[in-house]
Design a protein around this ligand. Structure first.
Ligand SMILES: Cc1cc2nc3c(=O)[nH]c(=O)nc-3n(C[C@H](O)[C@H](O)[C@H](O)COP(=O)(O)OP(=O)(O)OC[C@H]3O[C@@H](n4cnc5c(N)ncnc54)[C@H](O)[C@@H]3O)c2cc1C
Length: 419
């Protein structure tokens, strides 16, 4: 592994750093700088526009769709410089990182021209309509139906755990369009408008009192016929592309959020004396080592991409990545709560305030449940081994697709064994 970056990448690094210095608020790089009050609100309001004008939102997308066509190496340098500066890079998770790249891969020219500029400019917000009450891990068991009626699909069914469903303008939704085809074959991936009488959204309250995800009920909901992505009855393949984007992460910067978070946890341990406990010290050292493993694995993945090498070890890293960081994060958040001790049991956030959760950015504390940033991160870490495919399912994928282990028995066979 060559840890040096090519000269062009270093030149690009200088360019990004200069742009950041010019556009971030005065004093941003000074020791102890904190943006507060009116200045913070103003910055948050304007930053997305500034980024958009700089062309840094989805900068790897081709130029004809509003991106900058950055190479992998340039994208890595861009992410690294933003992460180093602590500068927020807009990632409208569903638009920028899930459906946008899926449209780029599977969309028709018309779909690309229509949707991509609106995603880049933040004109439309998205949500993901995959899971149903009886179809989570077994996603292909989904029952929501879409039937063609003239120029429109008519959709009936229910989705669940739909994050940001209450605010989204569009849902990328998996529907059964051929009930007679085998489970994985009769599914289509539709880009459906949310704001219409046929769609009812009911928020679900979470453990910390917030309600980020929802149930979505579709009763004769309408979607234009041409909004099928990747062809009718080909939705399973398109969905696999989206899930691949959801499980991936920025190779050489993913570890940084955990590094910053660990600094906060170590500081808490210093403040309350927990740092003197040898077991706590050992657990902190283990967490630090695991973050370094993430860093080095990121560099291994990058090296393989840049050198266009097929390395089976690196392929395995891609498959185990989400499992590794999500399980790490649950362990370290439990450690954080042990360090806080009894204080961790008291809700110590500011009611209704917007607080910065290390690694998550700004997060509003719930009106009724004022968790501190660390408490919020602890709660949210419980969900990280679930969304985007559970850790158990990831293990099945590694076993079956990578290690070549025998496939799981089908449900009927499992039932037969139980009986
Ligand atoms: C914070 C959060 C946000 C989410 N946002 C969205 C969203 O925006 N859109 C969306 O569509 N979905 C969303 N989801 C849903 C998520 O994708 C599902 O929760 C996930 O796929 C698991 O499905 P399930 O909840 O039905 O659990 P189940 O599939 O019922 O699984 C229950 C348990 O059984 C285990 N299990 C199931 N099958 C197997 C197997 N074959 N082998 C071994 N173990 C197995 C699972 O690992 C799990 O532990 C979100 C979930 C969370 C937590």
């Amino acid at each position: 592994m060559d840890l040096n970056y090519p000269a062009e990448a270093e030149a690009f690094r200088v360019e990004i750093r200069a742009w950041l210095e010019e556009h971030l608020p005065d004093g941003w790089f000074d020791e102890g700088f904190v943006l507060e009050g009116e200045a913070k609100a103003q910055f948050q309001k304007e930053w997305t526009t500034t980024l958009f004008e700089g062309g840094w939102i989805c900068a790897t997308w081709p130029k004809e769709y509003g991106g900058k066509g950055l190479s992998t190496m340039e994208a890595v340098v861009l992410n690294e410089e933003f992460a180093k500066a602590g500068a927020p890079m807009r990632a409208d998770f569903f638009g920028d990182t899930l459906v946008g790249p899926t449209i780029l891969q599977w969309g028709t020219e018309e779909q690309k021209q229509d949707f991509l500029p609106k995603i880049l400019s933040g004109q439309i917000a998205w949500c993901q309509g995959f899971s149903e009450p009886d179809a989570g891990s077994d996603l292909a068991g989904l029952k929501t139906k879409a039937v063609l009626d003239g120029d429109e699909w008519v959709i009936n069914g229910q989705k669940i755990w739909t994050t940001q469903g209450f605010s989204a303008d569009y849902i990328f939704i998996l529907c059964r369009t051929d009930p007679d085809a085998s489970k994985h074959k009769g599914i289509s991936y539709l880009l459906c408008p949310m704001k219409q009488p046929g769609i009812e959204v009911r928020p679900i309250e979470q453990i910390d009192g917030s309600a980020e995800f929802c149930e979505v009920f579709l009763t004769d909901a309408r979607c234009p016929k041409d909004n099928v992505l990747g062809g009718v009855n080909n939705g399973w393949n398109v969905a696999m592309a989206t899930l691949g984007f959801e499980r991936g992460t920025s190779a050489t910067t993913g570890y940084r959020r955990f590094e910053k978070e660990l600094d906060v946890i170590v500081e808490k341990a210093r403040q309350n004396g927990a740092i003197d406990d040898p077991v706590i010290r050992q657990r902190l050292a283990k967490a630090y080592s695991e973050i370094q493993i993430m860093r080095v694995n990121g560099l291994r993945s990058l090296t393989a991409v840049v050198q266009k090498k097929k390395d089976p070890g690196v392929a395995a890293l891609g498959l185990t990545n989400k499992m590794y960081w999500s399980e790490y994060h649950q362990r370290v958040m439990e450690l954080a709560m042990d360090i806080l001790g009894m204080d961790g049991q008291v809700l110590s956030g500011t009611l209704g305030a917007e607080e910065t959760v290390p690694g998550y950015g700004a997060r509003h504390t719930s009106e009724r449940y004022p968790a501190s940033p660390l408490q919020s991160a602890f709660f949210f870490s419980r969900s990280e081994t679930i969304w985007g495919g559970t850790a158990q399912i990831q293990r099945n994928i590694v076993g079956e697709r990578f290690l070549g282990l025998p496939k799981e028995p089908k449900v009927e066979e499992k039932t037969a064994t139980k009986v």
